[in-house]
Design a protein around this ligand. Sequence first.
Ligand code: PLP
Length: 416
Amino acid sequence: MDRFPSGVTRYDLLDELSRLERASRFDETERNFFDEGPHLISSPELPWGDEVRHLSVAAYERFIHGETWITGGGAREMENDLVAWMGGLLGSADPAGFVASGGSESNMCAILTAKQLAGRKGGSLVFPDNGHYSLHKLCRMFDLDPIAVPAPDGHLDRVDPAAIEAAIRPDTIAIVATAGTWAYGSVDPIAEIGAIAQRHDLYLHVDGAFGGYILPFLELGGYHAEIPLWDFRVPGVCSISADLHKNGMAPPPASTLFFRDSHLLGLAKEICPPNGTISGTRGTGPIAGAWTMYRLLGTRGYIEVARKSMSMRDELARGAAAIPGLRVHPGSLINMTLIHSDELDLRPVVDHLRARGWMFAVRTVPGPASIVLAPMPHNEGQAPRFLDDLADAVAAAPALTGAEAVGAEKVSSYGF
Ligand SMILES: Cc1ncc(COP(=O)(O)O)c(C=O)c1O
């Protein structure tokens, strides 16, 4: 075929796609400390990385059809496998849930279920101020008052359970706590918050978008001496979201929402038939891509992936903390590191690193700029180069004058 009906040739199209791909920076994964998608590459520790990634992407392509409003039988079987496996690892005796498009949608579906359970219009939602922006967004969508409880004394990674309890109002329908906060990597005191939820007969949702597919594997692999209990083993936890397209290593858009039991899943489906998801027709490619990751890695593979991501986080955190003027925010239990400074203005440092092609997230809390790194296996071998560039940039960074320093305690964290 010389020309297609639009007049474009095959080569025109391939040129255009290359340009658009570069504009999306998909070609720069080797300098990318923040991305979502299939993050596996082969390394000495994960020799099967590339093959697993290719097979997951191939499965995605095979299931490219939406299969209409009703997800097809094969994709449903895959979804059930994923829910049974991971829901069980999260401590549910009756694993129930579904695949959604991302952490935001999973949070929305959880809170819609809480609303259905509370059987009321309006109301309020209580959560620590470290909660993700999607909580504010869903409150606006569902006519709920967001009650974001500030961190004690500016310790952004900490949560005071007494302050959470004090914030509950008669119209509160649910509490949300986070396991793997964006961007501190901390885990909220979920055992204490679970007891509060039970005392007040409230729904408790745990946002494990980032932490959900790494914390269980760090626990099983014995990485940390102790991880505070945060999943269904905590009485009172009603639902948990966990993103497949983050630490699940799967092609986006893919998240999972787990319920404590099938009764709650039934309520979710009552409001959002037929799947419980906000979207009607669902892409089944993401389900197939995620299922393939799970079939090939299994629990053992995910333990190895988690260990690899954490070893890179430790290397980056150690290296950054050794650069004069920089601080690594304490409290992260997952593959996330927030680098900031009390003395230097990191804004030019961010510009310098970006000019060298590094991709990472930037936050204004702690201000005026802090750097967030979320290393995953595709970052193999990049830490030393990044740390060299970081040290060069920091050596030329101007001192903070005070005017631009934003006290952590004065800023409401919107989660990004
Ligand atoms: C803790 C947390 N919750 C929710 C989300 C939203 O996830 P998504 O962007 O997949 O909707 C994120 C995204 O980074 C997150 O870190």
